[in-house]
Design a protein around this ligand. Structure first.
Ligand code: GLA
Length: 527
Protein backbone atom coordinates (compact mmCIF):
# COMPACT_ATOMS: atom_id res chain seq x y z
CA UNK A 1 0.00 0.00 0.00
CA UNK A 2 1.42 3.40 -0.88
CA UNK A 3 2.25 5.84 1.87
CA UNK A 4 2.82 9.58 1.97
CA UNK A 5 5.04 11.42 4.45
CA UNK A 6 3.69 14.69 5.88
CA UNK A 7 5.68 16.40 8.59
CA UNK A 8 7.26 13.08 9.35
CA UNK A 9 3.88 11.34 9.77
CA UNK A 10 3.26 8.35 7.54
CA UNK A 11 -0.16 8.54 5.96
CA UNK A 12 -1.72 5.66 4.22
CA UNK A 13 -2.81 6.95 0.82
CA UNK A 14 -5.83 4.73 0.63
CA UNK A 15 -6.97 5.91 4.00
CA UNK A 16 -6.45 9.42 2.72
CA UNK A 17 -8.37 8.86 -0.50
CA UNK A 18 -11.21 7.19 1.35
CA UNK A 19 -11.51 10.04 3.80
CA UNK A 20 -11.39 12.77 1.16
CA UNK A 21 -13.38 11.25 -1.67
CA UNK A 22 -16.99 12.51 -1.48
CA UNK A 23 -18.38 9.43 -3.25
CA UNK A 24 -16.93 7.30 -0.50
CA UNK A 25 -17.42 9.57 2.46
CA UNK A 26 -18.87 7.28 5.07
CA UNK A 27 -19.34 8.95 8.40
CA UNK A 28 -18.55 5.80 10.37
CA UNK A 29 -15.06 5.70 8.99
CA UNK A 30 -12.19 6.29 11.35
CA UNK A 31 -8.46 6.25 10.69
CA UNK A 32 -6.50 4.82 13.57
CA UNK A 33 -2.91 4.02 14.16
CA UNK A 34 -2.63 0.30 14.72
CA UNK A 35 0.90 -0.86 14.21
CA UNK A 36 3.26 0.79 11.80
CA UNK A 37 0.57 1.95 9.40
CA UNK A 38 -2.78 3.67 9.71
CA UNK A 39 -5.75 1.49 9.08
CA UNK A 40 -9.24 2.63 8.30
CA UNK A 41 -12.06 1.42 10.45
CA UNK A 42 -15.17 1.48 8.31
CA UNK A 43 -17.68 -0.38 10.47
CA UNK A 44 -19.74 1.57 12.99
CA UNK A 45 -19.26 0.59 16.62
CA UNK A 46 -21.96 -1.67 18.06
CA UNK A 47 -24.76 0.13 19.88
CA UNK A 48 -25.15 -0.16 23.67
CA UNK A 49 -28.58 -1.80 23.26
CA UNK A 50 -28.58 -5.61 22.84
CA UNK A 51 -28.02 -7.11 19.41
CA UNK A 52 -28.30 -10.90 19.23
CA UNK A 53 -25.99 -12.56 16.71
CA UNK A 54 -24.98 -16.10 15.92
CA UNK A 55 -26.33 -18.79 13.63
CA UNK A 56 -30.03 -19.20 12.92
CA UNK A 57 -29.72 -23.00 13.00
CA UNK A 58 -27.74 -25.12 15.43
CA UNK A 59 -27.15 -28.88 15.03
CA UNK A 60 -26.60 -31.24 17.97
CA UNK A 61 -26.98 -34.94 18.75
CA UNK A 62 -29.75 -36.25 21.05
CA UNK A 63 -28.59 -37.24 24.54
CA UNK A 64 -25.23 -35.44 24.34
CA UNK A 65 -24.23 -32.50 26.54
CA UNK A 66 -25.55 -29.21 25.16
CA UNK A 67 -23.66 -25.93 25.48
CA UNK A 68 -24.48 -22.70 23.66
CA UNK A 69 -23.61 -19.17 24.68
CA UNK A 70 -25.98 -16.72 22.99
CA UNK A 71 -23.74 -14.32 21.07
CA UNK A 72 -25.08 -10.88 21.93
CA UNK A 73 -23.56 -7.42 21.73
CA UNK A 74 -24.63 -4.61 24.02
CA UNK A 75 -23.83 -3.12 27.36
CA UNK A 76 -23.81 -5.61 30.24
CA UNK A 77 -25.75 -6.49 32.32
CA UNK A 78 -28.08 -8.03 29.75
CA UNK A 79 -30.93 -10.26 30.88
CA UNK A 80 -31.73 -13.19 28.61
CA UNK A 81 -34.90 -15.24 28.29
CA UNK A 82 -36.12 -17.81 25.79
CA UNK A 83 -39.45 -19.21 24.70
CA UNK A 84 -39.72 -22.69 23.25
CA UNK A 85 -36.59 -24.10 24.87
CA UNK A 86 -37.02 -27.89 24.84
CA UNK A 87 -37.14 -29.81 28.13
CA UNK A 88 -33.68 -30.75 29.30
CA UNK A 89 -32.17 -27.38 28.40
CA UNK A 90 -31.92 -24.37 30.65
CA UNK A 91 -30.84 -20.81 30.05
CA UNK A 92 -28.87 -18.78 32.59
CA UNK A 93 -30.60 -15.37 32.35
CA UNK A 94 -27.45 -13.49 33.39
CA UNK A 95 -24.86 -15.08 31.13
CA UNK A 96 -27.02 -16.16 28.20
CA UNK A 97 -25.49 -19.65 28.37
CA UNK A 98 -27.80 -22.56 27.53
CA UNK A 99 -26.78 -25.93 29.03
CA UNK A 100 -28.31 -29.35 29.55
CA UNK A 101 -28.81 -32.47 27.50
CA UNK A 102 -29.80 -32.38 23.86
CA UNK A 103 -33.44 -33.44 23.50
CA UNK A 104 -34.72 -36.21 21.25
CA UNK A 105 -34.53 -35.86 17.47
CA UNK A 106 -36.50 -32.91 16.13
CA UNK A 107 -36.45 -29.23 15.23
CA UNK A 108 -37.06 -26.85 18.13
CA UNK A 109 -37.80 -23.20 17.44
CA UNK A 110 -36.49 -21.07 20.25
CA UNK A 111 -37.28 -17.37 20.57
CA UNK A 112 -34.48 -15.60 22.38
CA UNK A 113 -34.95 -12.23 24.03
CA UNK A 114 -32.15 -10.01 25.34
CA UNK A 115 -32.81 -6.83 27.37
CA UNK A 116 -30.70 -4.14 29.00
CA UNK A 117 -31.29 -0.62 30.22
CA UNK A 118 -30.80 0.71 26.67
CA UNK A 119 -33.22 -1.56 24.81
CA UNK A 120 -33.94 -5.09 23.69
CA UNK A 121 -33.53 -7.51 20.79
CA UNK A 122 -35.04 -10.81 19.79
CA UNK A 123 -33.97 -13.60 17.45
CA UNK A 124 -35.19 -17.04 16.46
CA UNK A 125 -32.80 -19.97 16.78
CA UNK A 126 -33.74 -23.38 15.42
CA UNK A 127 -32.11 -26.16 17.41
CA UNK A 128 -31.91 -29.19 15.17
CA UNK A 129 -31.41 -32.31 17.28
CA UNK A 130 -30.37 -35.10 14.93
CA UNK A 131 -27.29 -36.50 13.23
CA UNK A 132 -25.85 -33.31 11.84
CA UNK A 133 -23.36 -30.97 13.49
CA UNK A 134 -21.83 -27.74 12.26
CA UNK A 135 -24.84 -26.58 10.26
CA UNK A 136 -22.99 -23.31 9.81
CA UNK A 137 -19.20 -22.97 9.46
CA UNK A 138 -17.34 -23.26 12.78
CA UNK A 139 -16.06 -20.00 14.26
CA UNK A 140 -13.28 -19.69 16.79
CA UNK A 141 -9.56 -19.44 17.38
CA UNK A 142 -6.62 -21.83 16.91
CA UNK A 143 -3.24 -21.61 18.60
CA UNK A 144 -0.97 -22.55 15.70
CA UNK A 145 0.02 -19.30 14.01
CA UNK A 146 0.69 -17.49 17.23
CA UNK A 147 1.97 -19.98 19.80
CA UNK A 148 3.34 -22.92 17.74
CA UNK A 149 5.45 -25.13 20.03
CA UNK A 150 5.01 -22.66 22.89
CA UNK A 151 1.32 -23.47 23.52
CA UNK A 152 0.29 -24.09 27.13
CA UNK A 153 -2.72 -24.40 29.41
CA UNK A 154 -2.13 -20.80 30.48
CA UNK A 155 -2.20 -19.48 26.88
CA UNK A 156 -5.38 -21.43 26.15
CA UNK A 157 -7.12 -19.87 29.15
CA UNK A 158 -5.83 -16.46 28.12
CA UNK A 159 -7.36 -16.99 24.65
CA UNK A 160 -10.71 -18.01 26.14
CA UNK A 161 -10.73 -14.96 28.44
CA UNK A 162 -9.91 -12.68 25.51
CA UNK A 163 -12.62 -14.24 23.35
CA UNK A 164 -15.12 -13.02 25.92
CA UNK A 165 -13.55 -9.69 26.90
CA UNK A 166 -12.84 -8.60 23.31
CA UNK A 167 -16.47 -9.15 22.26
CA UNK A 168 -15.51 -11.87 19.75
CA UNK A 169 -17.81 -14.34 21.50
CA UNK A 170 -20.63 -11.80 21.20
CA UNK A 171 -20.53 -12.04 17.41
CA UNK A 172 -20.31 -15.84 17.31
CA UNK A 173 -16.68 -16.95 17.85
CA UNK A 174 -16.98 -20.03 19.99
CA UNK A 175 -14.19 -22.64 19.66
CA UNK A 176 -10.86 -22.18 21.46
CA UNK A 177 -8.63 -24.80 19.86
CA UNK A 178 -5.21 -26.22 20.69
CA UNK A 179 -3.14 -27.13 17.66
CA UNK A 180 0.00 -29.27 17.60
CA UNK A 181 2.43 -29.54 20.55
CA UNK A 182 0.17 -30.46 23.48
CA UNK A 183 1.11 -34.17 23.49
CA UNK A 184 4.56 -35.53 24.33
CA UNK A 185 7.47 -36.32 22.05
CA UNK A 186 9.13 -39.68 22.62
CA UNK A 187 12.42 -38.31 21.41
CA UNK A 188 13.93 -35.12 20.19
CA UNK A 189 12.68 -33.71 16.89
CA UNK A 190 13.69 -30.46 15.19
CA UNK A 191 10.51 -28.78 16.49
CA UNK A 192 10.88 -30.08 20.03
CA UNK A 193 14.25 -28.72 20.94
CA UNK A 194 12.47 -27.58 24.09
CA UNK A 195 12.99 -30.68 26.27
CA UNK A 196 9.94 -29.92 28.39
CA UNK A 197 7.80 -31.49 25.66
CA UNK A 198 9.82 -34.72 25.56
CA UNK A 199 8.95 -37.61 27.86
CA UNK A 200 6.58 -40.56 28.37
CA UNK A 201 4.08 -40.53 25.54
CA UNK A 202 1.39 -42.88 26.92
CA UNK A 203 0.64 -44.33 30.35
CA UNK A 204 0.76 -48.09 31.08
CA UNK A 205 -2.77 -48.47 29.74
CA UNK A 206 -1.88 -46.76 26.51
CA UNK A 207 -3.65 -43.49 27.33
CA UNK A 208 -2.10 -40.54 25.54
CA UNK A 209 -0.34 -38.11 27.90
CA UNK A 210 -0.25 -34.35 27.57
CA UNK A 211 3.15 -32.73 28.08
CA UNK A 212 3.89 -30.79 31.23
CA UNK A 213 2.50 -27.53 29.81
CA UNK A 214 -0.97 -29.09 30.14
CA UNK A 215 -1.21 -30.27 33.75
CA UNK A 216 -4.92 -31.10 33.68
CA UNK A 217 -6.90 -31.26 30.44
CA UNK A 218 -10.25 -31.77 32.14
CA UNK A 219 -9.78 -28.66 34.24
CA UNK A 220 -8.76 -26.72 31.15
CA UNK A 221 -11.85 -27.73 29.15
CA UNK A 222 -13.99 -27.10 32.26
CA UNK A 223 -12.61 -23.57 32.47
CA UNK A 224 -13.36 -22.87 28.80
CA UNK A 225 -16.83 -24.44 29.05
CA UNK A 226 -17.65 -22.37 32.14
CA UNK A 227 -17.51 -19.33 29.88
CA UNK A 228 -19.98 -20.94 27.50
CA UNK A 229 -17.21 -21.54 24.94
CA UNK A 230 -16.10 -24.81 23.35
CA UNK A 231 -12.67 -26.21 22.86
CA UNK A 232 -10.74 -28.28 20.38
CA UNK A 233 -7.71 -30.53 20.28
CA UNK A 234 -5.34 -31.80 17.59
CA UNK A 235 -3.91 -35.18 16.64
CA UNK A 236 -2.46 -37.04 13.70
CA UNK A 237 -3.24 -40.48 12.25
CA UNK A 238 0.53 -41.05 12.11
CA UNK A 239 2.92 -42.12 14.84
CA UNK A 240 3.86 -38.50 15.34
CA UNK A 241 2.38 -35.10 14.59
CA UNK A 242 3.96 -32.61 12.19
CA UNK A 243 6.01 -31.27 15.13
CA UNK A 244 7.14 -34.75 16.12
CA UNK A 245 4.86 -35.27 19.12
CA UNK A 246 2.74 -38.37 19.69
CA UNK A 247 -0.07 -39.08 17.24
CA UNK A 248 -3.00 -41.51 17.38
CA UNK A 249 -1.63 -44.38 15.24
CA UNK A 250 -3.13 -47.65 16.52
CA UNK A 251 -4.79 -45.83 19.42
CA UNK A 252 -7.54 -44.12 17.44
CA UNK A 253 -10.54 -45.31 19.46
CA UNK A 254 -8.74 -44.91 22.74
CA UNK A 255 -7.72 -41.37 21.85
CA UNK A 256 -11.19 -40.43 20.62
CA UNK A 257 -12.59 -41.66 23.95
CA UNK A 258 -9.91 -39.74 25.82
CA UNK A 259 -10.54 -36.50 23.92
CA UNK A 260 -14.25 -36.91 24.60
CA UNK A 261 -13.82 -37.65 28.30
CA UNK A 262 -11.47 -34.71 28.67
CA UNK A 263 -14.35 -32.63 27.26
CA UNK A 264 -13.11 -31.59 23.82
CA UNK A 265 -15.64 -30.49 21.23
CA UNK A 266 -13.50 -30.37 18.09
CA UNK A 267 -10.68 -32.47 16.66
CA UNK A 268 -8.25 -31.38 13.95
CA UNK A 269 -6.72 -34.53 12.48
CA UNK A 270 -3.55 -33.75 10.62
CA UNK A 271 -2.07 -36.21 8.10
CA UNK A 272 1.60 -35.23 8.76
CA UNK A 273 3.81 -38.32 8.85
CA UNK A 274 1.07 -40.86 8.07
CA UNK A 275 2.65 -41.29 4.61
CA UNK A 276 5.70 -42.82 6.30
CA UNK A 277 3.54 -45.73 7.44
CA UNK A 278 2.43 -46.40 3.88
CA UNK A 279 5.76 -46.27 2.13
CA UNK A 280 4.06 -45.67 -1.21
CA UNK A 281 2.07 -43.04 -3.00
CA UNK A 282 -1.36 -43.18 -1.25
CA UNK A 283 -4.43 -44.30 -3.18
CA UNK A 284 -7.82 -42.72 -2.48
CA UNK A 285 -8.57 -45.62 -0.11
CA UNK A 286 -5.27 -44.99 1.71
CA UNK A 287 -6.14 -41.32 2.01
CA UNK A 288 -9.60 -42.07 3.36
CA UNK A 289 -8.81 -44.90 5.74
CA UNK A 290 -7.42 -43.03 8.77
CA UNK A 291 -10.24 -40.50 8.55
CA UNK A 292 -12.88 -43.23 8.38
CA UNK A 293 -11.39 -44.84 11.49
CA UNK A 294 -11.26 -41.61 13.48
CA UNK A 295 -14.60 -40.36 12.09
CA UNK A 296 -16.32 -43.55 13.33
CA UNK A 297 -14.61 -43.36 16.69
CA UNK A 298 -15.73 -39.76 17.20
CA UNK A 299 -19.32 -40.49 16.20
CA UNK A 300 -19.51 -43.11 18.92
CA UNK A 301 -18.52 -40.72 21.68
CA UNK A 302 -21.20 -39.30 23.98
CA UNK A 303 -20.23 -35.77 22.90
CA UNK A 304 -20.70 -33.61 19.84
CA UNK A 305 -17.22 -33.39 18.34
CA UNK A 306 -16.56 -31.47 15.14
CA UNK A 307 -14.16 -33.40 12.91
CA UNK A 308 -11.71 -31.20 10.98
CA UNK A 309 -9.74 -33.03 8.29
CA UNK A 310 -6.30 -31.62 7.62
CA UNK A 311 -4.56 -33.37 4.75
CA UNK A 312 -3.97 -30.37 2.51
CA UNK A 313 -6.66 -31.21 -0.07
CA UNK A 314 -5.19 -34.52 -1.23
CA UNK A 315 -7.35 -36.89 -3.28
CA UNK A 316 -10.02 -34.20 -3.77
CA UNK A 317 -11.02 -34.46 -0.12
CA UNK A 318 -14.02 -32.14 -0.71
CA UNK A 319 -15.63 -34.99 -2.68
CA UNK A 320 -15.51 -37.45 0.25
CA UNK A 321 -14.75 -35.50 3.42
CA UNK A 322 -18.38 -35.55 4.61
CA UNK A 323 -18.73 -39.28 3.84
CA UNK A 324 -15.90 -40.14 6.23
CA UNK A 325 -17.51 -38.10 9.00
CA UNK A 326 -15.70 -34.79 8.44
CA UNK A 327 -17.36 -31.44 8.95
CA UNK A 328 -14.64 -29.36 7.32
CA UNK A 329 -11.44 -30.05 5.40
CA UNK A 330 -8.49 -28.03 4.30
CA UNK A 331 -8.44 -27.60 0.54
CA UNK A 332 -4.72 -26.75 0.33
CA UNK A 333 -1.41 -26.56 2.19
CA UNK A 334 -0.52 -24.16 4.99
CA UNK A 335 -1.64 -20.64 4.21
CA UNK A 336 1.06 -19.24 6.48
CA UNK A 337 3.61 -20.09 3.81
CA UNK A 338 1.79 -18.19 1.10
CA UNK A 339 -0.04 -15.39 2.80
CA UNK A 340 0.89 -13.02 -0.01
CA UNK A 341 -1.13 -15.30 -2.30
CA UNK A 342 -4.33 -15.35 -0.23
CA UNK A 343 -6.39 -14.20 -3.24
CA UNK A 344 -5.18 -17.23 -5.22
CA UNK A 345 -5.76 -19.57 -2.30
CA UNK A 346 -9.32 -18.27 -2.03
CA UNK A 347 -9.99 -18.54 -5.76
CA UNK A 348 -8.70 -22.10 -5.67
CA UNK A 349 -10.93 -22.94 -2.71
CA UNK A 350 -13.96 -21.42 -4.45
CA UNK A 351 -13.55 -23.98 -7.25
CA UNK A 352 -14.89 -26.63 -4.86
CA UNK A 353 -17.91 -24.58 -3.88
CA UNK A 354 -20.36 -27.24 -5.07
CA UNK A 355 -19.44 -29.35 -2.00
CA UNK A 356 -20.18 -26.58 0.48
CA UNK A 357 -23.37 -27.22 2.43
CA UNK A 358 -24.62 -27.33 6.03
CA UNK A 359 -22.35 -29.71 7.97
CA UNK A 360 -19.76 -29.85 5.18
CA UNK A 361 -17.30 -26.99 4.69
CA UNK A 362 -14.27 -26.31 2.51
CA UNK A 363 -11.50 -24.83 4.61
CA UNK A 364 -8.94 -22.51 3.00
CA UNK A 365 -7.15 -22.29 6.41
CA UNK A 366 -7.12 -19.76 9.22
CA UNK A 367 -7.71 -16.03 9.44
CA UNK A 368 -4.15 -14.74 9.58
CA UNK A 369 -4.59 -11.10 10.47
CA UNK A 370 -3.68 -9.04 13.53
CA UNK A 371 -0.52 -10.25 15.27
CA UNK A 372 0.75 -13.56 13.94
CA UNK A 373 4.00 -15.49 14.17
CA UNK A 374 5.84 -17.28 11.39
CA UNK A 375 7.65 -20.51 10.77
CA UNK A 376 11.28 -20.23 9.69
CA UNK A 377 13.27 -22.39 7.30
CA UNK A 378 15.43 -23.66 10.19
CA UNK A 379 12.35 -25.10 11.95
CA UNK A 380 12.13 -22.34 14.51
CA UNK A 381 9.11 -20.12 15.04
CA UNK A 382 9.07 -16.35 15.25
CA UNK A 383 7.19 -14.52 18.00
CA UNK A 384 3.99 -12.75 16.88
CA UNK A 385 4.41 -9.58 14.86
CA UNK A 386 1.90 -7.41 12.95
CA UNK A 387 0.40 -9.09 9.91
CA UNK A 388 2.18 -8.08 6.71
CA UNK A 389 -1.22 -7.56 5.09
CA UNK A 390 -2.48 -4.05 4.48
CA UNK A 391 -5.82 -2.88 5.82
CA UNK A 392 -7.50 -3.36 2.42
CA UNK A 393 -6.03 -6.83 2.08
CA UNK A 394 -7.43 -7.76 5.48
CA UNK A 395 -10.91 -6.58 4.49
CA UNK A 396 -10.59 -8.59 1.29
CA UNK A 397 -9.42 -11.67 3.17
CA UNK A 398 -12.32 -11.65 5.63
CA UNK A 399 -14.81 -10.94 2.83
CA UNK A 400 -13.50 -13.85 0.74
CA UNK A 401 -13.77 -16.26 3.67
CA UNK A 402 -17.33 -15.16 4.49
CA UNK A 403 -18.47 -15.26 0.88
CA UNK A 404 -17.09 -18.82 0.59
CA UNK A 405 -18.81 -20.02 3.82
CA UNK A 406 -15.37 -20.91 5.17
CA UNK A 407 -14.73 -21.77 8.81
CA UNK A 408 -13.82 -18.51 10.57
CA UNK A 409 -10.93 -19.56 12.76
CA UNK A 410 -8.70 -16.69 13.76
CA UNK A 411 -5.13 -17.76 14.51
CA UNK A 412 -3.55 -14.51 15.68
CA UNK A 413 -2.56 -13.28 19.11
CA UNK A 414 -5.61 -12.99 21.37
CA UNK A 415 -3.65 -10.84 23.81
CA UNK A 416 -2.97 -8.22 21.13
CA UNK A 417 -6.37 -7.63 19.60
CA UNK A 418 -6.30 -4.01 18.51
CA UNK A 419 -9.29 -1.98 17.39
CA UNK A 420 -8.61 -2.53 13.70
CA UNK A 421 -8.24 -6.31 13.93
CA UNK A 422 -11.45 -6.56 15.93
CA UNK A 423 -13.19 -4.37 13.38
CA UNK A 424 -12.20 -6.81 10.62
CA UNK A 425 -13.06 -9.92 12.63
CA UNK A 426 -16.31 -8.78 14.19
CA UNK A 427 -18.56 -7.11 11.61
CA UNK A 428 -21.87 -8.88 12.27
CA UNK A 429 -23.34 -8.26 8.81
CA UNK A 430 -20.28 -9.71 7.11
CA UNK A 431 -20.27 -12.70 9.49
CA UNK A 432 -23.97 -13.26 8.82
CA UNK A 433 -23.06 -13.93 5.18
CA UNK A 434 -20.65 -16.65 6.30
CA UNK A 435 -23.18 -18.15 8.72
CA UNK A 436 -26.10 -18.07 6.30
CA UNK A 437 -28.16 -21.26 6.75
CA UNK A 438 -28.14 -22.15 3.01
CA UNK A 439 -24.42 -22.86 3.38
CA UNK A 440 -23.53 -21.89 -0.19
CA UNK A 441 -20.07 -20.99 -1.35
CA UNK A 442 -20.01 -17.92 -3.56
CA UNK A 443 -19.35 -18.34 -7.26
CA UNK A 444 -16.68 -16.36 -9.02
CA UNK A 445 -17.37 -14.06 -11.96
CA UNK A 446 -14.03 -13.05 -13.44
CA UNK A 447 -14.14 -9.64 -15.08
CA UNK A 448 -10.48 -9.02 -15.84
CA UNK A 449 -7.21 -10.45 -14.52
CA UNK A 450 -7.52 -8.20 -11.50
CA UNK A 451 -11.23 -7.75 -11.04
CA UNK A 452 -13.70 -10.35 -9.96
CA UNK A 453 -17.00 -10.75 -8.18
CA UNK A 454 -17.83 -13.42 -5.65
CA UNK A 455 -21.59 -13.98 -5.53
CA UNK A 456 -23.26 -15.91 -2.71
CA UNK A 457 -26.95 -16.82 -2.61
CA UNK A 458 -28.49 -16.27 0.82
CA UNK A 459 -31.42 -17.98 2.51
CA UNK A 460 -33.71 -14.91 2.39
CA UNK A 461 -33.43 -14.69 -1.41
CA UNK A 462 -30.90 -11.87 -1.40
CA UNK A 463 -27.34 -12.13 -2.73
CA UNK A 464 -24.09 -11.14 -1.08
CA UNK A 465 -21.57 -9.86 -3.59
CA UNK A 466 -17.91 -9.02 -3.10
CA UNK A 467 -16.51 -6.63 -5.71
CA UNK A 468 -12.77 -7.31 -5.58
CA UNK A 469 -9.83 -5.47 -7.08
CA UNK A 470 -6.47 -7.27 -6.94
CA UNK A 471 -4.73 -4.55 -8.91
CA UNK A 472 -2.47 -1.77 -7.72
CA UNK A 473 -4.79 1.14 -8.63
CA UNK A 474 -8.24 2.12 -7.50
CA UNK A 475 -10.73 1.14 -10.21
CA UNK A 476 -14.46 1.19 -10.81
CA UNK A 477 -16.04 -2.25 -10.46
CA UNK A 478 -19.62 -2.94 -11.51
CA UNK A 479 -22.07 -5.70 -10.77
CA UNK A 480 -25.02 -5.82 -13.11
CA UNK A 481 -28.32 -7.49 -12.43
CA UNK A 482 -28.22 -9.57 -15.61
CA UNK A 483 -25.09 -11.39 -14.50
CA UNK A 484 -26.81 -12.17 -11.20
CA UNK A 485 -29.97 -13.33 -13.02
CA UNK A 486 -31.89 -10.51 -11.40
CA UNK A 487 -34.10 -7.86 -12.88
CA UNK A 488 -35.88 -4.77 -11.62
CA UNK A 489 -35.22 -2.52 -8.68
CA UNK A 490 -32.97 -3.84 -5.96
CA UNK A 491 -31.71 -2.35 -2.72
CA UNK A 492 -27.99 -2.40 -2.13
CA UNK A 493 -26.45 -2.38 1.33
CA UNK A 494 -22.75 -1.93 2.03
CA UNK A 495 -21.98 -4.63 4.60
CA UNK A 496 -18.62 -3.39 5.88
CA UNK A 497 -20.03 0.08 6.43
CA UNK A 498 -23.46 -1.25 7.46
CA UNK A 499 -25.11 1.39 5.33
CA UNK A 500 -27.93 1.44 2.76
CA UNK A 501 -26.62 2.65 -0.58
CA UNK A 502 -30.02 3.05 -2.23
CA UNK A 503 -32.04 1.29 -4.93
CA UNK A 504 -30.62 0.51 -8.34
CA UNK A 505 -32.38 -0.64 -11.51
CA UNK A 506 -29.69 -2.40 -13.52
CA UNK A 507 -26.36 -2.35 -11.83
CA UNK A 508 -24.31 -1.03 -8.99
CA UNK A 509 -20.80 0.26 -9.47
CA UNK A 510 -18.23 1.58 -7.10
CA UNK A 511 -14.55 2.58 -6.84
CA UNK A 512 -12.61 -0.26 -5.25
CA UNK A 513 -9.17 0.43 -3.74
CA UNK A 514 -6.08 -1.64 -4.60
CA UNK A 515 -6.20 -5.17 -3.16
CA UNK A 516 -9.55 -4.15 -1.73
CA UNK A 517 -13.20 -5.01 -1.74
CA UNK A 518 -16.65 -3.53 -1.47
CA UNK A 519 -19.04 -6.11 -0.09
CA UNK A 520 -22.75 -5.60 -0.61
CA UNK A 521 -26.04 -7.36 -0.06
CA UNK A 522 -28.49 -7.02 -2.94
CA UNK A 523 -32.16 -7.57 -2.08
CA UNK A 524 -35.41 -7.16 -4.02
CA UNK A 525 -36.75 -3.66 -3.42
CA UNK A 526 -40.01 -3.48 -1.45
CA UNK A 527 -41.30 0.09 -1.63
C1 GLA B 1 0.45 -28.78 9.58
C2 GLA B 1 -0.93 -28.14 9.50
C3 GLA B 1 -0.92 -26.82 10.24
C4 GLA B 1 -0.51 -27.03 11.69
C5 GLA B 1 0.83 -27.74 11.74
C6 GLA B 1 1.18 -28.18 13.16
O1 GLA B 1 1.42 -28.05 8.91
O2 GLA B 1 -1.32 -27.96 8.18
O3 GLA B 1 -2.21 -26.22 10.19
O4 GLA B 1 -1.49 -27.80 12.33
O5 GLA B 1 0.83 -28.91 10.94
O6 GLA B 1 2.38 -28.85 13.21
Amino acid sequence: MSTLKLNGIRLNLIAFVLVLSPSLSYCAQKTIKTYGAESVIITPLPKPSPHINGPLVYGCRPGNPFLYRIPCQGERPISFSAKGLPAGLKLDPKTGIITGNTPQKGDYEVFILAKNSKGKDKRKLTIKAGDQLSLTPPMGWNSWYVHYNRISDHLMREAADAMISSGMADVGYQYVNIDDCWSTAGKSHPFTRDSSRIGTIRDVNGNILPNRHFPNMKELTGYIHSKGLKTGIYSSPGLISCCGLTGSWQHEEQDAAQFSSWGFDFLKYDWCYYSKLLNKEPTIEDLQKPYIVMGDALRHQPRDIIFNLCQYGRGNVWEWGAKVGGHCWRTAGDLGFELDRFFNVALNNARFGAWSKPGSWNDPDYLLIGWIGSQNKDDTFTEPHPSPLTAQQQYSYMSLWCLMAAPLIFSGDMSKLDEFTLNVLCNTEVIEVDQDPLGKCGSVILKTDNIFLLVKDLADGSKAVGLFNRGKNTVAVAVNWAELQLSGKHSVRDLWRQKELGTFKEEYNVQVPPDGVVMVRISPHHP
